[in-house]
Design a protein around this ligand. Structure first.
Ligand SMILES: Nc1ncnc2c1ncn2[C@@H]1O[C@H](COP(=O)(O)OP(=O)(O)OP(=O)(O)O)[C@@H](O)[C@H]1O
Ligand SMILES: [Mg+2]
Length: 489
């Protein structure tokens, strides 16, 4: 997925000072003067936590929060400075505004209601969705979400997909977050072959959970008869209940490595620019937890699990902005209590999407042992032992566990696809079955090597063996065997 130019050149704005705050406490100022931007850090305690020096540019953590993809298009390329000075809310209770009262007089985002209390045993959100719908009266969710994105005070997220910041209230109602608390992220399915994206992302989160990774609460939402299912995800980067006094900060691997989103990088390559070994190195530099001396060891193991899980899912989009640290601080403390791997988000099978290209659709986003393609178990074992502190047996145990659990659960989902809006997504079932077929193929790819090289047998459920027999139409001589959705079924 690509990133386009972020902003038009600003003209005629003169000099503007923008105050940047975290939980209402100023951490720095962006000085804008006739097209030049400089950053000076504030002398507050919160600013010290950010550890960013003065710069002749916007610091990485702010650059990487700026709109990309869908949101940037929806906002209609405003000049950067007019966009920022109106007052913007970002993730993790970071705010920017010319007027400091915008940040100071605001209650921070915090959860007031838990999604698990409003989800059925299958997959669906059981509360009331009060946002834009696509039904017989109105079919243009995208236009409405885009209009709302322009409102002053609407929280902004990075990422390419169409998303809406929402609040889940204690009555189980979801509404647009606007100026109020932003507690959950609602992601919408796209058009054409992307209609199934949120069903696939729901499956991805289920599979990651099955693989032993921490995942936020998530549920499918019916947003109208003519729309594909949307996905509601609970935020983990805000206080988790009314009495939670801690402050949270999500920091993605781009920011941790000080890699900046640049408008000149039209392909968004910066997000794909490091190896998993380098990510493990960042973990060794940054992970700590005052309450858990074993934090680094555990998080490196989780990183390894995440690498295997995303390979097994055939998620080609686990780039540097889809891996993050979650930092937690107690107000008044002069450092973060912990910097840990965040829960998993934005993981889905991408191998079925033609937009990713015929071969690249099967690549991983970041290299492992120098490769993005044709990875072998031995490449994972090398990563696990050289970079994640595992023994060879531990690396093999985890690999086997993750691949088996992923494929077993994928087939279970493939046989019981949650899709209550067939009209809104007539081909969603087919897309999910394609994805499951690719996941089954991937699991089978490694049985020979596991057996010959490591003398171990992969144990898949009976239904995995039956899957190919059930869906033979998706097999062919060419690994890029699927035709474009709409033409082939
Ligand atoms: N549950 C969550 N809690 C807190 N922050 C989150 C959560 N899920 C996602 N985020 C943050 O929001 C950003 C955008 O979300 P996400 O990655 O799901 O969007 P996307 O548009 O699908 O991204 P991409 O461009 O990678 O496809 C993430 O990079 C992450 O910083
Ligand atoms: Mg993402």
């Amino acid at each position: 997925m690509t990133t386009r130019d972020n902003f038009k050149e600003a003209t005629g704005e003169g000099r503007v000072d923008l105050k940047v705050a975290w939980y209402g406490e100023q951490i720095g100022t962006l000085h804008y003067n006739n097209g030049e931007m400089t950053w000076s850090r504030e002398d507050t305690q919160a600013a010290l936590l950010f550890r960013f020096p003065d710069e002749d540019d916007m610091p990485a953590f702010l650059k990487n929060l700026q709109p990309e993809g869908w949101l940037r298009d929806a906002l209609g390329s405003p000049s950067q400075i007019s966009y920022l000075k109106s007052g913007i809310r970002y993730l993790s209770n970071i705010t920017i505004a010319e007027d400091e009262s915008f940040s100071k007089d605001r209650d921070p985002d915090r959860l007031t209601s838990r999604l698990k209390d409003h989800t059925d045993s299958g997959a669906w959100f059981t509360g009331a969705y009060l946002g834009p719908r696509a039904d017989s009266i109105n079919n243009d969710i995208e236009k409405e979400v885009a209009e709302r994105a322009k409102f002053h005070g609407t929280p902004r997220m990075s990422g390419m997909q169409m998303k809406m910041p929402v609040a889940l209230d204690s009555e189980g109602q979801i509404h647009h977050a606007m100026g109020g608390s932003f507690t959950h992220i609602l992601k919408f399915g796209g058009t054409e072959e992307w209609r199934a994206s949120e069903l696939l992302e729901w499956m991805g989160l289920q599979l990651a959970g099955e693989a032993g990774l921490d995942v936020p609460a998530h549920a499918l939402v019916n947003v109208g008869e003519s729309a594909p299912p949307a996905l509601l995800v609970e935020r983990f980067d805000v206080p988790q209940h009314q009495n939670d006094g801690q402050r949270y900060l999500i920091q993605d691997m781009c920011t941790a490595a000080r890699i900046k989103q640049e408008s000149s990088d039209i392909n968004g390559l910066y997000k794909f620019s490091l190896s998993m070994e380098k990510v493990a190195k960042l973990f060794k530099e940054k992970v700590h937890d005052d309450n858990d001396p074993d934090a680094l060891h555990k998080d490196l193991e989780s990183l390894y699990r995440k690498a295997v899980s995303s390979w097994a899912i055939r998620d080609g989009d686990m780039h540097l902005k889809n891996i993050s640290f979650l930092k937690v601080q107690n107000p008044g403390d002069d450092d973060f209590t912990s910097t840990r791997l965040s829960p998993t988000y934005d993981t889905l099978n991408t191998s079925i999407f033609h937009e990713f290209g015929d071969d690249e659709a099967h690549y991983t986003a970041l290299t492992i042992n120098g490769k993005k393609n044709k990875l072998k178990i031995s490449d994972f074992v090398k990563f696990g032992t050289d970079s994640c502190g595992l023994s060879k047996d531990q690396a093999l145990d985890i690999f086997q566990d993750v691949v088996e659990k992923t494929v077993n659960r994928a087939v279970e989902i493939g046989e019981n696809i949650p899709n209550s809006s067939a009209e809104g997504c007539p081909k969603c079932d087919y897309m999910v079955r394609r994805a499951v077929t690719d996941i089954v193929d991937r699991a089978k790819e490694c049985t020979g090597e596991m057996n010959k090289k490591y003398d171990r047998e992969m144990a898949f459920s009976e239904n995995v063996a039956l899957w190919d027999g059930e869906y033979p139409e998706k097999k062919g001589s060419n690994h890029r065997r699927y035709l474009r959705i709409g033409r082939d079924i």
